[in-house]
Ligand binder design. Sequence first.
Ligand SMILES: [Mg+2]
Length: 396
Amino acid sequence: MEKETKNLVLHADGDSFFVACELTLRPELQGKPVIVGEDRGIAVAMSKEAKKLGVTRGMPIFKIKKLYPEVVILPHHFDLYHEISSKMQQILLSYCQIVEVYSIDECFALVEPAEIKYFGNEKKFLTELKNEIEKTLKVTYSFGLARTKALAKQASKLEKPNGVVLLLSKDDEIEALKKTSIDDIWGIGKQTIPRLKNKKIKTAYDFINFSEVELEKYFSASLVDLQKELKGEYIFKVTDQADPRDQKSIQATSTFRPASTDSKIIWREISENAERACTNARELKLVTNKISFFIKTSDFKYYFEEIKIPLYTRDPGVILNALELKFPKILKVGKKIRSTGVILHNLFREENTPRDLFEEQIKVLENGKIEEVADKIRAKYGRGMIKRAASLKRKV
Ligand SMILES: [Mg+2]
């Protein structure tokens, strides 16, 4: 009886979202191997036909052209993706009071018992919602419906694409968790997975049965919360006013006039973007280990570069030093540049920085011993590339 008085959490995840959006404008490509990512030089999204051929995410475009000449390769059209994404949000809002936009192709929503009752049961509710989305948007989503966000998120993955998975009883949950590998759990970092495997945790089911005390002691408090969520305790709230500390990326962009090919001007803009993004991260006490920057040319094409940093940081000096390595490459585009942007990805709350990385991680962050981080980067990227932030070319 209790089940009927409680809210459920819905998770919706777009199937091959960027490709699906492209197909709404080019229905003739339906059923063909299609990828998006030409402008980034790698496959970012693949149609199921492209996946079937063997194209994987991150595969370089030149390799795809060589191995699979039949694949249709498209650049990103972010305006189109955003348009479809916001329509999706509107549709969800006509069924649910609270909709949380998690990313461009993912939403959580709180489903109230009255809403389910209106349609008859959970299955009928989802069928109706799904039909409306497909008819209106011409793209498909996979859905998970469960007691918590973490469970709903796992559920939507289980029958992709075009899946509908309802976890309405404890038995459903256990069955789903047994099918979920520890590698595929939302919210467990890549560095943490091998350490959990060392503790003989192979599936999400093993994970919920692992000692909470040990989890807290050897891993992080956020994993304890995640474990509770997967056990069905509603901890992560669905909210339309997202906590800014939960954001996974911070972006700072600037457009300049006139468009320029002057590397000094472009670098100055990138530096300012990096500093702004870092200031934002500092205010929120967030750290990153992955950054990217992009330029947009005057003919509206985007070029991205992505860089991983061996430790978590938000120091603009460290970040600029890393960006500088890829700067010459992005300049090779040789076109007039209209705007630039810097994005900090993989954001972590400072207090949740994975403890398993390096012991000195915490020390570095606490003491602000930036030189130590710079040393790590030097070791990884080579000497001579690192300068202090103060010595960067700001005197343009
Ligand atoms: Mg998706």
